[in-house]
Write a protein that binds this ligand. Structure first.
Ligand code: TLP
Length: 345
């Protein structure tokens, strides 16, 4: 049975064009800055995002960590959302490896952190307090169901940061989903931030990689942080080649994933015993609740697996489905049929 894998967009496989590009990629030693394909990908990403420079790193987690370690010194504080990926799912790397102190503030259901809450979290100049250095945003917001942060909200946070002499890092693992979802140039969403990390291996379907962007000076320092974390690569052009195809060919089609997620959400809303807020289906991630408690969570997952559907059990009675390049409209209809049959049992 071919499985319909909705656990994450990280399960995407490289396309044939990526495999071809990887096979013929020009390479060199990136430790010396001599890999032509890596250099090209970094230049392309910086240009796309309206940033000065970029750095290829192996994963989204390392991209965020390199950024935090580059922006912040030991004991300095980072303001970030309480359900941000950096806070929840990156192994506490900022503290474990950087002695950086997280100051969490509640994320709203739309992925934002209210401005007044950010402002209240900024420390006064007092010898008892750590120094606030950085504010982190996430766009799209994973735990908030792929919610999009608007250009206006981002600009407000950037303005506050400037006013208070702070920096802004954007976890833009799925920033292209946000741009496509809003129908704006991605630069509208990165304007003014000091750094942004963008994943190649999620909706864009490349096998490996994230690109961290920022100023020339920031990236020069980030290169050192990457090396320290063991993320310095050599003939990484074979990986960057897939990233170039991802940027050239895979961004526009994200709209298809968003339409599929919306179709899925609307279908789920019609199934008795499942609860979803259809209006939250903005991009490629949906969350829904199992409200009918006559079926256990494990039975729910097992019955779906038996029918060829994989999903992510995100929290008690809460499940996540993510659409991506490997999912067609027909798969959505099969998934809805399977959900209906499981709930009818
Ligand atoms: N998200 C993954 C993992 O949590 C398994 C997923 O399935 O959604 N920022 C955001 C917003 C992310 O969603 C992720 C990964 C990362 C960073 C980290 O990227 P990787 O997995 O490449 O380290």
């Amino acid at each position: 049975m071919t499985m319909i894998d909705l656990r994450s967009d990280t399960v995407t496989h490289p396309t044939q064009a990526m495999r071809d590009a990887m096979a013929c990629a020009g390479v060199g030693d990136d430790g010396f800055g001599e890999d032509p394909t890596v250099n090209r990908l970094e230049a392309m990403m910086a240009e796309r995002l309206g940033m000065d420079a970029a750095l290829l790193v192996p994963s989204g987690t390392m991209s965020n960590l390199v950024s935090l370690l580059t922006h912040c010194a030991r004991g300095e504080e980072v303001i970030l959302g309480d359900i941000s990926h950096i806070f929840l799912s990156e192994v506490g790397g900022m503290s474990a490896l950087g002695s950086v102190f997280p100051h969490i503030v509640p994320n709203q259901p739309d992925g934002t952190i209210p401005l007044e809450r950010i402002e209240a979290a900024i420390r006064a100049d007092n010898i008892h307090f750590p120094k606030t250095r950085l504010i982190c945003l996430e766009n799209t917001h994973n735990r908030c169901g792929g919610a999009i942060l608007t250009p206006d909200y981002t600009a407000e946070v950037v303005a506050l940061a400037r006013q208070r002499n702070l920096l802004v890092h954007l976890d833009g693992a799925r920033i292209f989903n946000a741009a496509v979802g809003l129908g704006v140039d991605v630069r509208e969403l990165t304007r003014g931030v000091d750094s942004v990390s963008v994943c190649l291996s999620k909706g864009l379907s490349a096998p490996v990689g994230s690109v961290l962007c920022g100023s020339k000076l920031f990236i020069a320092h980030a290169r050192r942080s990457r090396k320290m974390l063991g993320g310095g690569l050599r003939q990484a052009g074979v990986l960057a080649a897939a990233g170039i195809v991802a940027l050239d060919e895979m961004v526009g089609r994200l709209a298809e994933d968003h339409a599929n997620a919306r179709r899925l959400a609307k279908g789920i809303a019609r199934i008795k015993g499942l609860v979803i807020d259809v209006n939250r289906a903005q991009t490629n991630i949906i969350f829904f609740d199992l409200a009918d408690r006559r079926i256990s969570e494990s039975e729910f997952v097992t019955h779906l697996r038996e029918q060829g559907i994989l999903l992510h059990h995100a929290a008690p009675f809460r499940f996540r489905m993510v659409t991506h390049h490997g999912i067609r409209e027909a798969d959505i209809d099969k998934t809805l049929a399977a959900l209906e049959s499981v709930m009818r049992k």
